[in-house]
Design a binder for this molecule. Structure first.
Ligand SMILES: NC(=O)c1ccc[n+]([C@@H]2O[C@H](COP(=O)([O-])OP(=O)(O)OC[C@H]3O[C@@H](n4cnc5c(N)ncnc54)[C@H](O)[C@@H]3O)[C@@H](O)[C@H]2O)c1
Length: 259
């Protein structure tokens, strides 16, 4: 219970990794405000997680600054402060780089990168106003470093997030605010089902790049988030930590022997 008594806000938490982070935080004694653009999904997740004593919801689109500000304001109104911000909301669009329109570019970068930037600013302003200290965690991806041509906008957004994390970490260190990122490999969520595992061949290709021999569980990302949010990670800032089943260190491919 190293996080007991802290207050966290999480974007994109109606399902997948964000929902797993909310569950982990609640289990660890954190008071949590979850946000998502999907109002019905958010309500269903809140009902499933229970814990009306420690959980609040705010419907919002991270690409809109007032919605992100509202999330932080709700944490302060409901629980008095904000200690942990998880900028998790993200989308991937599978398309050939030559087909990407200006609208596609603006939408994906607007949610994944600009949304995280709004989250960094809103959280940092509140953390500074309450005297400094706190942790901001951006949900990046192995695609911050690797290139999948079918996910060009996604890779560009996560590459930008790597520098958002570094720059904000340096800028906010004087306020004792740590800024870190988590860069998962392939985690078994709806996003992977719709954008990555588009066929059995596609799934096998992913496995040939996954030494662990399996996709990751959302809870295996949430546990990294919980570590980074805790004082056990007190000297880590500006870094991206990659729970990726060995993908980034693999030079070639591995035989597909599923676990
Ligand atoms: N699943 C993976 O393999 C994987 C790998 C690396 C990184 N990630 C990152 O993890 C994060 C969560 O991904 P996931 O796999 O849980 O995806 P998911 O699609 O299961 O969940 C994403 C959530 O974000 C919400 N969302 C989408 N657009 C939003 C917006 N504009 N404002 C607020 N909420 C919005 C969705 O409604 C959804 O609830 C994303 O940033 C993603 O890029 C996922």
């Amino acid at each position: 219970m190293k996080l007991s008594g802290k207050v966290a806000a999480i974007t994109g938490a109606a399902r997948g990794i964000g929902k797993a982070c909310a569950k982990r935080f609640l289990d660890d004694g954190v008071k949590v405000v979850i946000s998502d653009v999907d109002a019905d999904g958010l309500a269903a997740t809140a009902a499933e997680l229970g814990r009306p004593d420690a959980l609040r919801t705010v419907v919002g689109n991270v690409a809109r600054r007032p919605d992100v500000d509202q999330l932080v304001a709700t944490a302060v109104k409901e629980f008095g402060r904000l200690d942990i911000m998880v900028n998790n909301a993200g989308v991937a669009r599978n398309q050939d780089i030559l087909d990407i329109t200006e609208q596609d570019f603006d939408e994906i970068i607007g949610i994944n990168l600009k949304g995280a930037f709004f989250g960094v600013q809103a959280a940092a302003k509140q953390m500074i106003a309450q005297g400094g200290g706190g942790v901001i965690i951006n949900m990046s991806s192995v695609n911050a470093l690797l290139a999948i041509p079918a996910l060009a906008t996604y890779a560009m957004s996560k590459g930008g997030m790597k520098q958002l994390t570094s720059v904000a970490a340096v800028a906010l260190a004087p306020h004792n605010i740590r800024v870190v990122a988590v860069g998962p490999g392939t985690i078994l969520t709806d996003m992977v089902a719709s954008s990555i595992y588009t066929s059995e061949d596609a799934r096998k290709t992913v496995m040939s790049r996954t030494p662990a021999g399996r996709g990751g569980e959302p809870s295996e990302v949430a546990s990294v988030v919980a570590f980074l949010a805790s004082d056990d990670a007190s000297y880590i800032t500006g870094q991206t930590i990659y729970p990726d089943g060995g993908r980034l260190v693999l030079n070639y491919t591995v035989p597909v022997k599923e676990k």
